[in-house]
Design a protein around this ligand. Structure first.
Ligand SMILES: C[S@@+](CC[C@H](N)C(=O)[O-])C[C@H]1O[C@@H](n2cnc3c(N)ncnc32)[C@H](O)[C@@H]1O
Length: 258
């Protein structure tokens, strides 16, 4: 009988979760999964997948573990300054204040909530509509609750921390005023349709886990998703190698315009 190996495991995971692990950098992902299994009571992929098939909680935990969802508010503050000082004014001049904004792979909500706060400098909160998506149900549920630790909110400007959070000991609860700006949805970047006519897409610190081919494909799909003149904001360790071939104009290290 054929050995149940990592290939077979990836196929089962695709059936169980719709997550295609072949699009993620293999060495890194396999190492992560091997470590996870070595700390569990199961001795190999086959035993472990047997558990995932019958235990929904274990499956959810597995998805949360492999999707790596560390985040924080205003991650890399220098880039948020460029967004606030240069990109938002440019987008508002071009498209007006009804901007379509998509925070893709938003994790626990730190990123879309930061977007709402930053945009509130220019647009009243009741006019701000941001779509925030992630593949993991667990992080989307956490994002909707909106409760954060000290470290997550460390970079939030003092005036927003005061205005948009209620502090209870070490816990910070985001206010409903900010929550109401965001619509959270489950969305898999490797499988689901992309939204159209976006003015700003923020996709940071997720594509680093994907293969080069998957990245190229997603950057092209974002291009199609953007309205002409719209901007893609990426993570601080990322770059779009073929940006000219795709059609992007590079505005700054981490901002690309259609
Ligand atoms: C490291 S977090 C980045 C969060 C936030 N964008 C930031 O920069 O702080 C990566 C997120 O990507 C999500 N993710 C992983 N694979 C995905 C996929 N195929 N489609 C959508 N989201 C995915 C994970 O669930 C995780 O929440």
């Amino acid at each position: 009988m054929a050995k149940y190996d990592y290939e077979a495991f990836m196929q089962d995971i695709l059936r169980l979760t719709k997550i295609d692990l072949t699009f993620y950098k293999q060495a890194q992902m396999k190492r992560r999964i091997d470590t996870h299994i070595s700390k569990s009571p199961y001795k190999d992929y086959e035993e472990y997948v047997g558990e995932l098939k019958k235990n929904r909680k274990a499956l959810d935990e597995f998805v949360e573990y492999i999707t790596i969802n560390v985040s924080e508010f205003y991650r890399n503050p220098d880039q948020w300054e460029i967004l606030t000082k240069r990109i938002f004014p440019m987008l508002i001049e071009k498209f007006g204040t009804n901007l379509n904004i998509w925070s893709a792979a938003c994790s626990t909500g730190d990123e879309p909530y930061s977007l709402a706060m930053a945009l509130s400098e220019f647009v009243p909160l009741n006019k701000i509509k941001i779509t925030a998506t992630d593949i993991s149900d667990e992080v989307v549920a956490k994002a909707k609750i909106g409760l954060y630790g000290e470290k997550s909110v460390a970079n939030v400007p003092a005036k927003y921390k005061k205005e948009y959070f209620t502090q209870n000991g070490p816990a910070y609860q985001i206010s409903d005023k900010i929550k109401n700006c965001i619509t959270f949805k489950k969305h898999n970047l490797l499988k689901d349709d992309f939204f159209k006519n976006q003015h700003l897409i923020v996709c940071r610190n997720v594509l680093i886990y994907f293969t080069e081919e998957a990245k190229d494909e997603i950057f092209s799909k974002y291009y199609q998703s953007l309205a002409p003149g719209g901007v893609l904001f990426i993570g601080s360790t990322e770059q779009i190698m073929k940006y000219k071939d795709i059609g992007y104009n590079r505005l700054d290290s981490f901002f690309y315009q259609r």
